[in-house]
Ligand binder design. Sequence first.
Ligand code: FES
Length: 168
Amino acid sequence: MEKRERGILLEAEKFKENKGVKKEKMGEEAKGEFEPKIIGFTCNWCTYAGADLAGTSRKKYPPNVRLIRLMCSGRLDPMFVLKVLLNGADAVFIGGCHPGECHYIKGNFYARRRIAAIRTILKQFGLDNRVRAEWCSASEGDKFARIMKEMAEDIKKLGPNPMRGKIL
Ligand code: FES
């Protein structure tokens, strides 16, 4: 297993155990309100930078998302998404450069195909509506914040991931 993959799995494991998420227990979840856990796989050059811009411009968005930076959305391995969902995340966000703007030319086209394949697999478990992919550039901090707000609301309506803890 590659070092990077190990890191991602470790991150998912940490997320599962809620390590390092100190506030959550004292916050909304303690009051019985469902707070979705969203893992985001974002391209270093666009969406990750867009998230950074949202932060530095003080755009508000829910703290439900934990971002994992990939050098390109084309690096997304379908197993990352499956493992993250099976390890207890409620949803997965995938962000990459706009079509035609990938720094590695075709990475986001590969990602698009993989996401379609992932959805087909997840549909069998009824989880396909828990994966959202968006193209978001480094200058679209507003868009990133809006997507995160929408996604958190959508997943709250769906409720917790029904597969959590059932397989692994
Ligand atoms: S570099 Fe951003 S999607 Fe490829």
